[in-house]
Ligand binder design. Sequence first.
Ligand SMILES: [Zn+2]
Length: 258
Amino acid sequence: MSSAQYSAKEMLPGVFHIFDSLGVHLTLLVGEKRALLFDAGYGAHDLPAFIRTLTSLPYEVVLSHVHHDHALGAIHFERVYLHRNDWDLLPTYTGAFQRQRVVERAGLTAAHNEAYLNAPFPAVEDMPETAFDLGGMTAQPLFAPGHTPGSVALLVKERGLLLLGDCWNPQTWVFFPEALPVRQYAKTFHSLMSKPFTHALAPHTDTLLTRDFLLKYDKGLNEKGFASAKPFIIAGQEHLPTLAYEPTPGSLLVFRQP
Ligand SMILES: [Zn+2]
């Protein structure tokens, strides 16, 4: 399925990795009775219309964390789940400043811009501790503080699947002011690796990751690695003292100088 702004690929039965053309993925889980959308992308276009091309079931919207590229699409819905530790950051990441940046990139009409800039953010509910039951498929939230204080991963045990949110990406960022210290991030990542999964999906890549690959990355999250990290400048974030190294080849961890 695809439109000009969204496209989807079924990675596992009932698991659609959706590409938002502004540059991020969201994941739709379709059970027998309900569906669940994990993250909402930038939301500059009609996301609910695209979801309807994939399922006619009712669905919940669950945000992995508060950052704008995952959360702004929530404006299309009436209610979303977000871990309470990220609530204080909502004005920063879903307010006028971030929306204006999206508008400048999205090439929308003036009327559409107006609607996007003024749409209210929906009611926000705290992340439940129990699993979402979709009928023949469950999604268990896993509290995963690090990238942000309220980051959450999802375990879909019937598919042996872990949805990582921004806990891992080809370039993993743990340097924003709200990020936890790198050792706490490493502890969180290590605990995620103890869960029963064989494959994983991340928002900033279109490939299905293997457990083996993520275990290698996890093994590289250690003192020797942290000490080997070199200064690494992120465009637009030059003011932040960032360091980086590869816990495993091809996978870069960027973190704030401790
Ligand atoms: Zn993020």
